[in-house]
Design a protein around this ligand. Structure first.
Ligand code: ADP
Ligand code: MG
Length: 598
């Protein structure tokens, strides 16, 4: 009987390995870019054509290879990066298995030119389906240039699985961007044929994010830098206003390699709760530094899925670090002052990582009841009085550096304010110009009042109770919420089939449009319910805030306006509505100066 077992020829074994490593043109791009970075390149140029299916070229100015290495690099299990098995686990970079080039060469036509620094000549190599076609000296620049042509030319079945040129091209661009964010110090260019897609000069991470994602406002990226025993976290998160409706601009790196991790993504998303709508996604580029022995990178062949030993601890550290950065950002109107405060956070161990800024909220504030002419000065007015007597010199002194907890109480000085129109007010706070959107400001204030309320909220009985009829489904929903709604100062009860009766409303809400308001609350509640999965109370508070409006029939008096502004800045997140819309825009004198430079 003949022997049945044979060793597979290398070319077939390589093709099988290629099935794992080379799934699409973008996988080739990823491997080539990583090799260039591993070779210490400071400049990388990537060009592709036809979604990478016919042509991918990576040119770098890295170390280059000598004649033997240039040849060896294409053998399976050929790597300069691992010597013993332990290295596999100790490496700070991922997935050195010496398979990438061998796999690529098995399924494409490859050309390489490489020259080591200080070497007189370079080496050229042509390989097709693992077979070397040509090899010899060549004159070429220092570094390495690799071209991968006609991917899967010898495996029609794989070719069929490729998506359209534009989809494959999009994958390439995304791969390039992921790498580019992790290496802002390397200049990198990307061309689709002749067309320039990205030309990124070397710089810091902030510059790179801006180069990649377009010109965002100068204070819209919030830096993070936190070291704990379990994980180091650095990078940037976007201000809530930068959030998008798609999950695109979210990047996690572990030890500088891109990973996908829905669990950690969720941690960041939760940190934005109350600042953005649930159907938007915050921008972030976050780098986690973790002891490599506590990370298992071999979970997924494309190495973007990774297992962590201490995932839960990382989750909560991540959430509170992001939350704190956002808190600091919102509480300080001037970014320059903030930078010092941020650095101060320094080394914080995970046990007190749950810190959140402590700002006093005046829960008894009522932005609507303005009829009492002779009321006692509010907390804010008390601050305002002594200011009037101060000398000019004192006025022009810069405000004292705020510390947490007094940011918008003692250290803010409101100098002038006036209402521009029904929706906007302008004020001078600490010498900076603020334009406040009044409706949004009210939404933030009302939300905090109802969400964080300590005392019961006063209800006022209606002279003529109103009945409101709902659809059967909405009626059921509203009956389930009555207890919470009534806690907020409503007095509503079921009144026959699909109907409720409104006997009273929160004392401070404008009268006359109760039905409209209740319907609005229900509509907002339902859409929040689907999208946000909020707690009942939080959702009702938001819905109420969203559907509360300023009494616009009369202008605010200057006292009313001042009080409104002061109350806004006593809330926990003065800059945004609970849904993430901005409540004000601010210009400091420097920004004003630049506006007039053009
Ligand atoms: P790995 O990166 O896992 O070592 P690869 O198959 O990707 O395996 O590469 C094999 C080897 O080829 C690398 O270890 C490196 O020595 C060499 N190499 C690949 N690309 C480059 C490059 N752009 N510049 C210099 N050396 C390279
Ligand atoms: Mg490699």
């Amino acid at each position: 009987m003949p022997d049945l077992i044979r060793l597979l020829p290398d070319s077939i074994a390589n093709q099988i390995a290629a099935g794992e490593v080379v799934q699409r043109p973008a996988s080739v791009v990823k491997e080539l870019l990583e090799n260039s970075l591993d070779a210490g390149a400071t400049n990388i140029i990537l060009t592709y054509r036809d979604g990478g299916q016919t042509f991918i070229e990576v040119i770098d100015n890295g170390l280059g290879m000598n004649e033997t290495d240039a040849r060896m690099a294409w053998e399976r299990h050929a790597t300069s990066k691992i010597e013993k098995a332990e290295d596999l686990f100790a490496l700070h970079t991922f997935g050195f298995r010496g398979e990438a080039l061998a796999s690529i060469a098995a399924v494409a036509q490859v050309e390489m030119r490489t020259r080591q620094r200080h070497s007189d000549f370079g080496i050229e190599l042509l390989i097709e389906a693992s077979e070397i076609r040509r090899q010899g000296p060549v004159s070429c620049p220092e570094g390495t240039a690799i071209r991968v042509k006609n991917l899967f030319f010898n495996i029609p079945a794989r070719r069929k699985f490729l998506k359209s040129v534009s989809v494959e091209g999009k994958h390439i661009i995304e791969t390039f961007e992921k790498v580019a964010l992790a290496y802002p110090d390397v200049s990198m260019s990307l061309y689709n044929g002749e067309q320039e897609v990205h030309r990124l000069s070397s710089g810091n991470l902030e510059n790179r994010i801006r180069q990649l994602f377009g010109d965002t406002r100068s204070d819209s990226l919030i830096p993070l830098n936190e070291d704990t025993e379990i994980v180091g976290i650095s990078g940037f998160v976007g201000a809530p206003g930068l959030s998008r409706k798609t999950r695109g601009e979210q990047y996690f790196y572990v030890n500088r390699r891109f990973i996908r991790n829905p669990y950690f993504q969720h941690a960041v998303q939760t940190a934005y709760e109350g600042l953005i709508d649930s159907d938007s996604f915050p921008l972030f580029v976050l780098f986690l530094e973790i002891d490599p022995s506590k990370v298992d990178v071999n979970v997924h062949p494309t190495k973007t899925e990774v297992k962590f030993e201490e995932a839960q601890a990382i989750y909560s550290i991540l959430k509170s670090v992001v939350r704190r950065a956002l808190g600091a950002y919102h509480h300080t109107p001037q970014m320059d002052e903030l930078i010092g405060a941020r650095i101060d956070f320094g080394n914080r161990n995970p046990s007190n990582a749950g810190y959140s800024p402590d700002v006093r909220v005046n829960t008894s504030f009522n932005p609507f009841e303005r009829t009492q002419k002779d009321r006692v000065p509010t907390e804010w007015e008390k601050l305002y009085e002594p200011f009037r007597d101060r000398e000019w010199e004192q006025l022009s002194k810069p405000p004292e550096k705020p510390t947490h907890g007094e940011l918008f109480t003692t250290s803010h000085t409101l100098r002038e304010s006036f209402q521009l129109d029904a929706q906007h007010a302008v004020c001078n706070l600490d010498g900076n110009l603020y334009i406040v959107q009044l409706q949004h400001a009210v939404e933030r204030i009302v939300y905090e009042k109802y969400n964080q309320r300590v005392q019961p909220i006063a209800s006022q009985q209606l002279l003529f109770p109103r009945t409101v009829e709902f659809s059967a489904g909405d009626f059921e929903l509203i009956c389930g919420l009555l207890e919470e709604i009534n806690e907020m100062g409503f007095d509503i009860s079921p009144f026959g089939r699909n109907t409720v009766i409104i006997n009273g409303t929160p004392a401070d809400i404008a009268k006359g449009n109760e039905q409209h308001m209740l319907e609005g609350i229900l509509a907002t509640y339902k859409s929040n319910m689907q999208e946000l999965k909020l707690q009942k109370r939080e959702n009702i508070a938001r819905s109420l805030a969203r559907n509360t409006s300023l009494k616009m029939e009369s202008r605010l008096s200057s006292n009313e306006l001042n009080e409104l502004i002061s109350e806004l800045f006593q809330t926990s997140e003065p800059a945004y509505t609970p849904g993430g819309k901005p409540t004000f825009v601010m210009f400091d004198p420097n920004q004003l100066n630049t506006l007039f430079k053009k």
